[in-house]
Design a protein around this ligand. Structure first.
Ligand code: PEP
Ligand code: MG
Length: 560
């Protein structure tokens, strides 16, 4: 099975399914309201006592900030609004306290689940956790005790609640596998702070038989159930090697320089504020590409101005430097609510800035949101995608000026100090870099597209993937041209395509004079490690040689 690795590590252990028996609430009503109120008070009191004890127990293992969740749960258990609503149902509708409590807590869960903010969305799980405990007491039962394990155990669950996690006998918990949850779920947060390997989002997790021997590779998200002896040997060897390398990598989480301490800007690419925790945990030095179109693709309609402001603000607050790329819709990214006619060649068609020039309202609303959200920082950088010709930048900047003027008229505060950049992802723009310099402050090379357009090889087509080769010297020479032309005019050049995440390519890019590398956050440490193996002069020397090679293979051989 496979899932999302949310807390790194490897583990062997016997599976234990966390059983959450469904609670059947009595169908009987409530005849004596004051007796039912007493039942409710008692169940809440028992729950609060449990939570206090769990907190005490967990205090030995968890940090003060991780312990705050128990206080939050105690507060939720005694929440005045919830109690009032439950009592109302008991008094007015004569419902059994368990039935009344179940209905009310479900209403609160639904309300939180419907929220856009991923943080508040996750809080629905907390309400469910609290409700499960109170309801267990209300139907006269006692919650399951997980504190008595006697051998290495991999806990399998739908999702683990904070109190489940804290009540576990951590001497024997080897790992977690959950059917739901993601990087910011409590299981993930707790597992990381307890250094317990965990894999979330495993579709068939609950099919894992209890007692099966489980091998967890929470670096890659792989789960092996009852592996054979030879599989076990191979896996152990592979993982021991990987573990030793990961151990080495730990020293590079925070080290973004070459061997001779020449600083290198290593940034993260994100698609929404939900990607921030990983970027922060991997110590990204900034956001080199905020693919804003994902905010538009994840919704049934375009996000409102306010929703966009909120999302941009969240990112600006988290990182000092953020490059916000305006909408890059088209190609393989469609918006169901935009009328986008069928195109024969969508990657060569009405895409990104070209589409924004037609969807002016959509574009201007986005620019307005970025400018307003920019008030929370002094480092707003806007980047236009898919620029082919200089007149397109001039037009895009003209629209930005119109948005600024409208904000001035409305006396709406916005960030005035903005840098403007473009993506270099079309060969025509790459060859014409010098002409763009007087119109922009920076460039960022989008190698994902630059490769496909240079070699006429669709980035989605497996059959032509042999042409999709970031280390091909022709591409390197094109990048070299961009860097030299930009440097002549004192402009910075970054790379935000996947090429930046390749440890060999990253070394060449730095050697060619690229100022900043932006990649998926999970790749930062291995790239930093690679960059630190040579001095800047060594990177430059090898990059110069790479430019002279005849093919990608000979470039790769320079690194052996
Ligand atoms: C690129 O083309 O390299 C890039 C970063 O943009 P995207 O992958 O979103 O097209
Ligand atoms: Mg692109």
């Amino acid at each position: 099975m496979h899932g999302l690795p949310v807390s790194e590590g490897v583990a062997f252990g016997h599976a234990l399914r966390l059983k959450k028996e469904p609670i059947t609430v009595p169908l009987t009503g409530c005849e004596d309201a004051s007796k039912c109120f007493d039942m409710l008070e008692k169940a809440m009191h028992q729950s609060v006592e449990d939570l206090k004890k769990l907190k005490e127990k967990a205090a030995k293992k968890l940090s003060a900030s991780d312990l705050e969740i128990f206080d939050a749960h105690i507060q939720m258990t005694t929440d005045i609004e919830i109690i009032k609503a439950v009592k109302n149902r008991i008094q007015n509708d004569h419902e059994h306290p368990a039935k009344a409590y179940q209905t009310v807590s479900q209403e609160f869960q639904t309300m939180f689940e419907a929220m856009d903010d991923p943080y508040f969305k996750e809080r629905a799980t907390d309400i469910k956790d609290v409700a499960y405990r109170v309801l267990t007491y209300l139907v006269g039962k006692t919650p399951q005790d997980l504190g008595m394990l006697s051998r290495p155990t991999v806990i399998i669950a739908d999702d683990l609640t904070p109190s489940d996690t804290a009540s576990l006998d951590l001497d024997f918990v080897a790992g977690f596998v959950t059917r739901t949850g993601g990087y910011t779920s409590h299981t993930a947060i707790m597992a990381r702070s307890l250094s317990i390997p965990a894999i979330a989002g495993v579709k068939d997790a609950l099919e894992i038989p209890s007692d099966a021997l489980i091998f967890l590779d929470a670096y890659n998200g792989d789960i092996f159930i009852n592996p054979t002896a030879s599989e076990k040997r191979t896996l152990t060897q592979k993982l021991e090697k990987e573990l030793a390398f990961k151990e080495t990598l730990k020293a590079y989480v925070d080290l973004s320089t070459t061997k001779d301490k020449h600083p290198v800007l290593t940034y993260a690419n994100i698609g929404s504020p939900a990607d921030l925790p990983l970027a922060l945990s991997q110590k990204a030095l900034g956001i080199g590409l905020f693919r804003t179109e994902f905010l538009f693709m994840d919704a049934p309609e375009a996000p409102s101005l306010d929703a966009q402001i909120k999302a941009y603000e969240a990112v600006f607050k988290a990182f000092k430097t953020v490059i916000v790329r305006t909408l890059d819709i088209g190609g393989d990214k469609q918006l169901p609510y935009l009328k986008m006619p069928h195109e024969e060649n969508p990657f060569l068609g009405h895409r990104a800035i070209r589409l924004c020039f037609e969807e002016i309202d959509l574009f201007k609303t986005q620019l307005q949101a970025i400018l307003i959200a920019g008030c929370v920082t002094d480092h707003v950088k806007i980047m236009f995608p898919m620029i082919a010709r200089v007149d397109e930048v001039i037009k895009a900047k003209g629209l930005l000026d119109e948005v600024k003027k409208a904000l001035d008229v409305a006396k709406t505060p916005y960030q005035k100090n903005i840098e403007i950049g473009i993506m270099i992802e079309i060969p025509a723009a790459a060859l014409n870099t010098e002409a763009f310099c007087e119109h922009v402050d920076f460039f960022s090379i989008g190698t994902n597209d630059l490769i496909q357009y240079t070699y006429a090889a669709d980035r989605m087509n497996q059959k032509v993937s042999y042409l999709y080769e970031p280390l091909d010297p022709t591409l390197l020479r094109l990048i070299d041209h961009v860097v030299k032309a930009a440097k002549k005019k004192g402009k910075d050049v970054g790379v935000c395509g996947e090429m930046a995440a390749d440890p060999v390519a990253a070394q060449i890019l730095i050697g060619l004079g690229i100022d900043e590398l932006s990649m998926s956050a999970g790749s930062l440490t291995k790239v930093r490690y690679a960059l630190h193996q040579k001095t800047i002069l060594q990177h430059q020397a090898i990059a110069e040689k790479a430019l002279l090679q005849k093919d990608a293979l000979s470039v790769k051989q320079l690194f052996q």
